[in-house]
Design a protein around this ligand. Sequence first.
Ligand code: BEZ
Length: 158
Amino acid sequence: MAIQVGDKLPSVTFKVMGENGPESVTTDDLFAGKKVVLFAVPGAFTPGCTITHLPGFVVNADKIKAKGVDSIVCLAVNDAFVMDAWGKSQNAEEIIMLADGSAVFTKEIGLEKDLTEGGLGIRSQRYAMIVNDGTVELLNVDDKGVDKSSAETILAAL
Ligand code: BEZ
């Protein structure tokens, strides 16, 4: 069953790109004592994620943070090298590009998606969360397109 509003995020270790290569970062590092907007995409550099989803958060990052959000995190089941390159290509300096490369977090929260037929393997569903001190306060999952998980929808919900 997928994670629900009111649940705590599971304790896992992700990767982010550091100055000298990929670095480990834990759920606690990212979420403890903070208000965080986390959005997840099926794939870095894929059209919907690159043309619509990530740019929406880049453009609205300041407005989202002005609502008391400490950080905005973009997660995909991709490695830290890919997430870093994608973020740089989209001028996403305000956004933490988080690699869940082996889908450990994504599977634990029950929001994986099997895109094997399309050649992508196990990926994340498209969703956005508002997370307060590690607890899910809002969870919007999109079946198709970028709608409930868009930056504009999350901004309106904050
Ligand atoms: C997209 O456009 O966002 C997309 C395309 C193929 C697979 C997954 C996502």
